[in-house]
Design a protein around this ligand. Structure first.
Ligand code: FES
Ligand code: FES
Length: 186
């Protein structure tokens, strides 16, 4: 039987304490233990970015970390962005986060499977590079794969939020306790 380890993780502003198998991946802790199924599993081999969340200010692929590595940390998942709830804190009450709103406006999703990971990666990227160029956005999304859109509308959505074009200045995405970076389209 796998060794159990007690961890405390703050996810989307809510503190969770519980015992987890020492080798349980963070993505399965989020999806199965906490029921936060917005975070997707696309490959399980660290290739697709569908599992991207924010951990302690950095975007990470949650299939590459054990849940125990999140002990004492703040995690933000896609569920924490909308409605002004959770750790991201950039959405108006009842509204979408600016990155989600830009995806809606620019038709940046089709099947939607990659979308939570894309959004989380961009939340981090735009916080770190609020004036990112389309090329920087493409490079920043190199670890996130999309089989549907061809990436152009995703880049367009992100570019609509950069400083020269939109209201999103430094700190637009992210927020207290949010965490930052995983990997995007070629
Ligand atoms: Fe984590 Fe694909 S499921 S990178
Ligand atoms: Fe289908 Fe990206 S919208 S994989």
């Amino acid at each position: 039987m796998s060794q159990q380890v007690r961890i405390t993780v703050t996810v989307n502003g809510a503190r969770h304490t519980g015992d987890v198998p020492a080798r349980q991946l963070l993505v399965f802790y989020l999806r199965e233990d906490l029921g936060l199924t917005g975070t997707k599993v696309g490959c399980d081999t660290s290739s697709c970015g569908a599992c991207t969340v924010l951990l302690g200010g950095e975007s990470v692929k949650s299939c590459t970390l054990f849940a125990v590595q999140a002990d004492g940390e703040h995690v933000t998942t896609i569920e924490g962005l909308a409605g002004g709830a959770g750790a991201a804190g950039q959405a108006p009450p009842g509204g979408l986060h600016p990155v989600q709103e830009a995806f809606r406006e620019h038709h940046a999703l089709q099947c939607g499977y990659c979308t939570p990971g894309m959004v989380m990666a961009l939340v981090s990227l735009l916080r770190e590079e609020p004036a990112a160029t389309p090329e920087q956005i493409r490079r920043g999304l190199e670890g996130n794969l999309c089989r549907c859109t061809g990436y152009t509308p995703i880049v367009r959505a992100a570019a609509s939020l950069t400083r020269p074009h939109g209201p999103a200045g430094p700190g637009c995405p992210g927020g207290p306790g949010d965490a930052g970076r995983a990997g995007g389209p070629a």
